[in-house]
Write a protein that binds this ligand. Structure first.
Ligand SMILES: *[C@@H]1O[C@H](CO)[C@@H](O)[C@H](O)[C@H]1NC(C)=O
Ligand SMILES: *[C@@H]1O[C@H](CO)[C@@H](O)[C@H](O)[C@H]1NC(C)=O
Ligand SMILES: *[C@@H]1O[C@H](CO)[C@@H](O)[C@H](O)[C@H]1NC(C)=O
Length: 266
């Protein structure tokens, strides 16, 4: 294992000024609906929120996970949250912009694809964005009359979540600490715990306050199969088996999981 500390400057800048949450009342759902493709068949609408500094779209880390799930459940579609995903300056301002953008996108999705299930998939800053929106789901986030409904959310996949809290039943992976911005109130998340999988491994500086940034950057390799399987299982409305803490088991080889997931589709 290569150990590499997250530069102290990065950590300091993460704590930039918190900008005011904006109202999303002015966002036109009509315009945004044009970039949403509704799922078909057993597919789900994946809504992806990328991590800090990743290129616009679903991001480098989530891309292969979502692509593999789409192969296993044809009819699955992808829409990415359009937000800055800035690390610095002002990480928290960027994250709040993400909260506003995801809230609007979920409303647009429900309007464009009524009754179609969605799976929220977020990595790093994007995971915090999703967890924040879900945490506020029972209170109106904007001036709209309707509170944001979680009824159509079939699954919530969080990878390397900075707002992670240790010991939650929906946690997976080898981490045993809290994230950099650990959540004070997890009540709403716990109420939806059966829909959530939050993956974080030991030593991750972001979700486990560790010192090994390589852990944070390699979830596609270390937990890609588990993540893919979770999306597939939610699409097919089956319980997702969790991987054991030790990654040594041969029952979690990609081939084994592909066969199992394929069997579900069949
Ligand atoms: C809920 O949303 C408000 C802004 O609308 C934000 O200030 C607050 O931090 C959010 N709470 C949680 C738990 O995410
Ligand atoms: C996606 O599937 C390919 C081909 O089966 C596999 O090589 C790759 O490891 C998978 N990626 C993830 C992130 O699971
Ligand atoms: C897993 O490994 C054990 C021993 O190493 C072996 O007995 C078992 O058959 C293997 N299972 C699979 C599914 O390959």
């Amino acid at each position: 294992m290569r150990f590499q500390a997250l530069p102290t400057a990065c950590l300091a800048l993460l704590f930039g000024s918190l900008s005011q949450a904006q109202s999303v009342s002015s966002v036109s759902t009509a315009a945004e609906q044009t970039r949403i493709t509704c799922p078909s068949g057993k597919g789900v609408g994946v809504i992806a929120a990328r991590g800090s500094t990743e290129d616009p779209g679903e991001g480098r880390l989530l891309a292969p996970i979502i692509a593999n799930a789409t192969v296993q459940v044809p009819g699955t579609t992808l829409t990415s949250v359009d937000y800055p995903a800035r690390l610095f300056p002002d990480y928290l301002g960027s994250e709040q912009e993400g909260v506003v953008a995801l809230t609007a996108l979920m409303r647009s999705y429900v309007a464009a694809c009524p009754g179609a299930p969605m799976v929220l998939v977020g990595y790093s800053q994007g995971a915090q964005v999703i967890a924040d929106v879900v945490s506020n789901a029972t209170t109106p986030m904007d001036n709209s009359a309707q509170p944001l409904s979680m009824n159509d959310v079939a699954g919530i996949l969080l990878i390397g979540d900075p707002s992670r809290v240790d010991g939650k039943p929906f946690n997976s992976g080898t981490a045993d600490g809290d994230g950099l911005f650990s959540r004070e109130d997890s009540t709403a998340l716990e109420a939806m715990g059966d829909k959530i999988l939050s993956i974080c491994n030991d030593g991750d500086p972001v979700c486990d306050r560790g010192i090994n940034i390589a852990v944070h950057l390699s979830y596609d390799e270390t937990n890609g199969v588990e993540a893919t399987q979770f999306i597939v299982s939610k699409a097919l409305n089956l319980a997702a088996p969790k991987e054991p803490k030790a990654p040594a088991s041969n029952s979690t080889t990609p081939g084994a999981n592909r066969r199992r997931a394929t069997a579900w589709v069949a």
